[in-house]
Design a protein around this ligand. Structure first.
Ligand SMILES: NC(=O)c1c(N)nc(OC2CCCC2)nc1O[C@@H]1CCC[C@@H]1O
Length: 325
């Protein structure tokens, strides 16, 4: 009997985890929501009837029971760096010009959208998600593992049993942000100023059941110790993370000229309204990881990457310029 129940549980878990990966990571669902919900309810019932048969990678483990009374601190052995900013294509060209002179050759740059969220770190041990934290001040962050486990875009188990730390951005999609603020207005609660603040507030909940309701998502953009996995470029790092089952923004583009970089900026400055999430610019990274190592970092930011920030939207400045007497 037990073996049969365990088998039924494992069948449900693998279907639910596959459907979750398709919907939340690949954004390509293959079943309707009610199919997922029915299977999830069946699994919950089985786990209630046979609690000691509950499996470790069951999706029901995503929403923990306990409410924390604080967040433990996490030491980032390798600091979580920030990014230097430029605000014009001219400044950006200066940056790439200087870097090319410094390195003695023209570089290929991996262009990525700059997701307007908050930086997080995820640690997997033999493919299992075991710890997640905020960037904090770059050296010390907060352990928010319980809250990150509720985010369905973060797989609890990778497709390969690798032990790796990855870093990325946690964000709240635009439509979730609008719905959340409408609900808060209904309840007479203060609304969030922007999706970034809403994501930060949602990740800092001591009760992970609240985080679970906030529809957060993530994009991963960094593999720690890439040489351990034979990764030699940033483009390859993104591909490898996707192969492991991690969510990576598909808008990245490898540019080999300033013209290509400028075209990428124009493309996404225009298209950003259509994106399901807010971006505040683009991030340029020297694609070759050996070059990154040679160029190195300052205390706060890498010398091999830069953020180009979009100018604030026109309508915003118009509002700001009006004398509100
Ligand atoms: N917000 C982003 O989309 C983003 C990105 N696509 N790529 C990076 O690369 C890191 C790697 C080393 C230093 C910056 N950082 C990003 O955001 C930074 C992280 C910390 C402050 C910014 O949010």
């Amino acid at each position: 009997m037990e073996a049969q129940v365990r088998q039924e549980m494992q069948a449900l878990i693998s279907k639910l985890n596959t459907w979750s990966q398709e919907y939340y990571v690949n954004d390509q669902p293959t079943v309707e929501d009610y199919v997922y919900d029915e299977a999830y309810a069946k699994l919950l019932k089985l786990e209630a009837d046979y609690p000691d048969l509950k499996q470790a990678d069951s999706p029901t483990n995503r929403v923990g029971g306990k409410v924390l009374d604080g967040f433990a601190k996490v030491d980032h052995e390798i600091p979580m760096l920030s990014l230097g900013d430029v605000f014009s294509k001219a400044e950006l060209a200066e940056f790439t010009q200087k870097l090319a002179e410094n390195v003695g050759q023209d570089l290929a740059y991996n262009c990525e959208l700059k997701i307007d969220g908050l930086a997080i770190s995820l640690t997997y041990e033999k493919g299992k998600f075991i710890k997640g934290s905020t960037r904090g001040n770059g050296l010390i962050g907060e352990d928010i593992t319980e809250n990150l486990k509720t985010i369905k875009a973060i797989p609890l188990t990778l497709k390969e049993p690798v032990s790796v730390e990855v870093r990325g951005e946690c964000y709240m999609p635009k439509d979730s942000f609008v719905k959340l603020n409408q609900a808060r207005e209904q309840e007479g609660l203060p609304v969030f100023a922007n999706p970034r603040n809403a994501a930060a507030g949602s990740l800092r909940q001591l009760d992970s059941k609240i985080t679970a309701q906030r529809n957060l998502s993530v994009f991963l953009y960094y593999v720690m110790e890439p040489e351990k996995f034979g990764i030699t470029t940033q483009a390859q790092a993104l591909k490898q993370m996707q192969a492991w089952g991690l969510k990576v923004d598909e808008h990245a583009h490898l540019a080999t000229s300033q013209a290509e970089i400028d075209a990428y900026i124009d493309q996404y400055h225009d298209q950003r309204q259509e994106l399901a999430y807010e971006i505040d610019g683009i991030v340029l990274k020297a694609n070759d990881l050996t070059t990154q190592k040679i160029v190195g970092n300052t205390v706060k930011v890498p010398r091999w990457a830069i953020a180009y920030k979009f100018p604030p939207d026109e309508e915003e400045t118009v509002v700001r310029d009006i004398e509100w007497t």
